[in-house]
Design a protein around this ligand. Structure first.
Ligand SMILES: [Zn+2]
Length: 286
């Protein structure tokens, strides 16, 4: 953090100008030609180490600060002092008002503020040029742009498996992620209008394996089964492990119902599936 100028006004005599005086200034500093009564700012965070509130002496009213960077500084010839010894100040704290005080007069000098800087403790060394340390406040941290959760996924596929698990696949990277919170899917759907592909656990697991991913934990317990229900006769068939088994035992049906997804289809479609699992479909593929 750079120092603040004690007041927003032009320099009338620089540190070097004070040194070049004949005789040289006893306290070379920077004169800033601000009007009488201008607010004087603390240049940097620190603590007030000395004040003088009378116009006596050559310096008149002043405020001296121990800055947090180890340097010391004071503003002299003031017309009013607002702070007390021991008080903490920040950069831009109002220390008082500019004036022209000194030698028992409020108008001994032309109105200005004289700012002195020492490299260490108060009066320990020769003064240094205050202006070398004047600089802007640090750039404010840019507002963090809210990270768009799905900005990388301009294109993706979504799947909903037998367990109701919704997974999305990023393109082009391909990684498949499980959406833990159904609201996430709702948000994606609202934002993109994307729909999902209804797929089996196996399909999703296979696809993840292809990308070198382990299946989701709950997929390990997935049944990979589906009950086909004949729309006409309501006869149930269990499609599992590449076999189609007609379910006749009410007890078995009771156990399976609600735990295995069911698909209500026509007897023709069931007959087609029966032919496929019997290998007749693979004949056609050849
Ligand atoms: Zn001066």
């Amino acid at each position: 953090m750079g120092y603040a100028m004690p007041a927003d006004a032009p320099i009338s005599c620089s540190w070097q100008c004070h040194k070049d005086r004949n005789p040289p200034s006893s306290e070379p500093g920077t004169d800033i030609a601000c009007a009488y009564g201008t607010v004087i700012w603390a240049p940097y965070p620190g603590t007030v180490i000395e004040i003088k509130t009378s116009n006596s002496g050559g310096m008149g009213r002043f405020v001296a600060l121990q800055l947090d960077d180890g340097r010391t500084t004071r503003a002299i010839h003031m017309s009013a002092v607002f702070v007390g010894v021991g008080q903490r100040v920040d950069k831009w704290t109002h220390l008082g008002l500019s004036g022209a005080s000194g030698y028992g007069s409020d108008w001994y000098y032309g109105p200005h503020v004289h700012q002195t800087l020492w490299p260490g403790c108060y009066w320990c060394d020769a003064t240094i040029d205050f202006m070398l340390y004047v600089g802007p406040d640090p750039e404010p941290e840019p507002e963090p742009t809210p990270r768009r959760k799905w900005e990388e996924t301009m294109v993706y596929a979504a799947y909903r498996d037998d367990n109701g698990t919704i997974a999305i696949q990023h393109y082009p990277r391909g990684r498949i992620m499980q959406l833990g919170d159904p609201n996430e899917w709702a948000a994606i759907h609202a934002a993109t209008g994307a729909g999902y592909h209804q797929v089996s656990n196996q399909y999703l697991a296979d696809k993840m394996a292809w990308y070198g991913q382990a299946p989701f934990p709950d997929m390990e317990h997935s049944t990979g089964m589906v009950v086909l229900v004949d729309q006409g006769t309501q006869q149930r068939y269990l499609l599992a492990g590449g076999a189609l088994v007609q379910l006749v035992d009410e007890n078995t049906i009771g156990q399976i119902d609600g735990r295995v997804p069911s698909l209500w289809i026509s007897s023709e479609e069931i007959a087609n599936i029966q032919r496929q699992v019997n290998g007749e479909e693979s004949e056609q593929r050849k």
